[in-house]
Ligand binder design. Structure first.
Ligand SMILES: C[S@@+](CC[C@H](N)C(=O)[O-])C[C@H]1O[C@@H](n2cnc3c(N)ncnc32)[C@H](O)[C@@H]1O
Length: 222
């Protein structure tokens, strides 16, 4: 049965609708005004909830954020005592992130790299990985590699919090809004490298307040 609160602004999509294989020019999107609606400027509620569940003093030490955008979540984690390394492929976004980190007096190890091409950290070094809206935009042929890269960066037993668009949201026009993955599309590349600790519904709340159904997933490196 639908939970009315959860399905606000969305309807349930039938499982046989085609998956989203869009490709973006990320640099162009950050350069154009109002074309990065995901960039709310606020830390991800899922990240705040996760840290709250750990409690102060138990936050991860070495953290990798993939696709940090303009750096809001990386700076928030640095503010919580984490040593943060980030990857990003859009120079305009990374430059904005670097400026914001400097203004906040936070040291963050920023890398302008595609995680599928270059390793941002030494293998087996990170305590936690985070991505919001990045795994879901990776083209299908590279998803396995992306997951391997995240797994390789983490220490055994470390966790990855990942927020992805959900195909369970019905849209008149699937091209408007974040890419959408079914649970099977989401988890198939994950399964060989990570155990699924949690898979829940969440929302992307965009800069104009619109909401899109999302997967909040917590994985543990096998
Ligand atoms: C939807 S945006 C989300 C940005 C940020 N995580 C946030 O929540 O504001 C996706 C981001 O991933 C970056 N990105 C896309 N492919 C990437 C890759 N292969 N490696 C690193 N970053 C990537 C894009 O440039 C973009 O900043």
């Amino acid at each position: 049965m639908k939970n009315p609160q959860e399905t606000e602004n969305s309807e349930i999509r039938s499982a046989d609708q085609p998956s989203d294989e869009r490709q973006y020019d990320w640099e162009e999107r950050y350069k154009q005004p109002n074309s990065a609606p995901w960039d709310s400027g606020l830390p991800a509620p899922e990240l705040e909830e996760y840290f709250a569940s750990l409690g102060q003093g138990n936050y991860p030490k070495l953290v990798l954020e993939i696709g940090c955008g303009t750096g809001t979540n990386a700076i928030w984690m640095a503010d919580h005592g984490c040593a943060v390394t980030t990857t990003e492929i859009a120079p305009t976004a990374l430059e904005a992130a670097q400026k914001k980190a400097a203004a906040a007096n936070k040291q963050i190890d920023f890398h302008l790299i595609d995680i599928c091409e270059t390793k941002p950290v030494a293998d087996g070094t990170q305590d936690f990985a985070f991505d919001r809206g990045v795994y879901h935009i990776i083209e299908k042929s590279k998803r396995q590699l992306f997951v391997e890269r995240v797994a390789t960066a983490l220490k055994p037993g470390s966790l990855w919090l990942s927020i992805s668009g959900s195909k369970d949201e019905y849209r008149e026009n699937p091209d408007v809004g974040p890419p959408q993955l079914s649970a099977i599309e989401l988890l198939t590349p994950i399964e060989p490298h990570f155990a699924v600790i949690k898979l829940e519904r969440s929302y992307f709340i965009l800069d104009d307040g619109r909401k899109h159904l999302a997967w909040k997933a917590l994985y543990q490196k096998r």
